[in-house]
Write a protein that binds this ligand. Structure first.
Ligand SMILES: Cc1cc2nc3c(=O)[nH]c(=O)nc-3n(C[C@H](O)[C@H](O)[C@H](O)COP(=O)(O)O)c2cc1C
Length: 365
């Protein structure tokens, strides 16, 4: 089967897209069905996928008016790096499915919008080419690590991405097995011929799925080992409970990402915004806490920060942009969200991220 990409949107067409839901609708209309389904779908009955959105919609904001405000400032510092805004790109696999330049285009779009980009182990473009494409954003690339069966293979990968310039390792800990991805399977998801995985060929044989759950069994010992060999900070992605956050602190990690893997693994996990307060309460700001899952509006970011996050990541929205318009689409998706964040901060009467506390929530407990 030959694989074709849709014609990219023009600059004028892109400028006519004013929100992420609109970008979603266009992606649904214009992207090849298999690619859109791969991006859009969640696990099993997609209960968690819906909760990731409805949980944000349920939270009401509490504005203050007529307070002196000054210019809105969205800067944040993470692991010693100052970023112009708190919107990061979550690691997502197989991006050449969406655009011929794949992860290189994403790195360019991220750089143009000042966003930190976490590259997936399942990238379809080698890390060195992604770093070169994103060179404008010096140091704003992290690498998401799926720890592989053989320690030597993992170690070699760590050394390679560190040498390429990745500033942190984001270890995904919520994927002992891939979830029951029914919709993805029904869509006949597969990697078209010619799309390779330069860093993930040791996952398994043949179909490139994960090794069986019995064999993967990543443990806290692996995290300790990884910390002992890594020269960059190690961050854990996929923590949902206070107890695991406490273990992560004990393990000496540099950050936590509260994530349910975009609702793609275990269905009926809570929405991440509902899990965030418990994790933040245990971490007590000793290390950065980030959150992803369902962030589609600037107001969602305000809520995440008010409930204890230092920053957020988006997954599907930038993939819609990538599929429709390459690097420019990625940039546009980030800029829509950043502009909405600034508007919402002005309207709740808070000029900096540090001032976004529970007082901006109507039902703060
Ligand atoms: C198409 C797709 C591929 C993904 N691939 C990975 C991956 O390779 N590694 C990983 O840690 N998370 C992966 N994720 C999860 C994202 O990093 C992130 O947790 C999630 O997309 C955030 O939710 P959102 O899409 O609602 O913004 C993937 C998500 C999507 C949508």
């Amino acid at each position: 089967m030959s694989w074709s990409y849709p014609a990219p949107l023009s600059a004028a067409q892109l400028a006519g897209i004013v929100s992420l839901p609109q970008l979603d609708a266009l992606a649904r209309r214009d992207l090849p069905a298999m690619a859109f389904e791969y991006v859009d779908s969640g696990a099993a009955d997609e209960v968690t996928l819906r909760w990731n959105r409805t949980a944000y919609e349920r939270i009401r904001l509490r504005p203050r008016v007529l307070e002196p405000l000054g210019p809105v400032d969205t800067r944040v510092t993470l692991c010693g790096m100052e970023l112009p805004h708190p919107i990061l790109l979550a690691p997502t696999a197989y991006q050449r499915l969406l655009h011929p330049e794949g992860e290189a285009a994403t790195a360019r779009g991220a750089a143009a919008a000042g966003a930190l980009y976490v590259v997936s182990t399942q990238t379809t473009v080698p890390i060195e080419e992604i770093v070169a494409a994103g060179a404008a954003s010096a140091g704003r690339l992290w690498f998401q690590l799926y720890v592989q069966l053989e320690r030597e293979v993992t170690h070699a990968l760590v050394e390679r991405v560190e040498a390429a310039g990745c500033g942190a390792l984001v270890v995904t800990v919520d994927t002992a097995s891939l979830g029951a991805r029914d919709r993805q399977r029904l869509a006949g998801f597969h990697l078209p011929p010619g799309i390779e995985l330069p860093h993930a060929h040791d996952f398994s044989t043949g179909v490139r799925t994960f090794a069986s759950p019995q064999r993967t069994a990543l443990t806290w010992d692996d995290v300790a080992w990884l910390r002992s060999v890594a020269r960059v900070p190690v961050i854990l992605k996929g923590i949902l409970t206070g107890d695991d956050a406490a273990r992560a602190l004990d393990a000496g990690v540099a950050g936590i990402i509260v994530s349910n893997h975009g609702a793609r693994n275990l269905d009926t996990l809570p929405a991440t915004i509902d899990a965030l307060p418990e994790v933040a309460a245990r971490v007590q700001r000793r290390i950065p806490v980030l959150v992803d899952g369902g962030i589609r509006r600037g107001t969602d970011i305000i809520k995440a920060i008010a409930l204890g996050a230092d920053a957020v990541l988006i997954g599907r929205p930038y993939l819609w942009g990538l599929g429709l318009a390459g690097a420019e689409g990625v940039r546009h998706a980030i800029e829509i969200l950043r502009a909405e964040l600034e508007i919402a901060m002005a309207l709740v009467g808070r000029a900096s991220l540090a001032t976004l506390d529970r007082g901006v929530l109507w039902d703060a407990d």
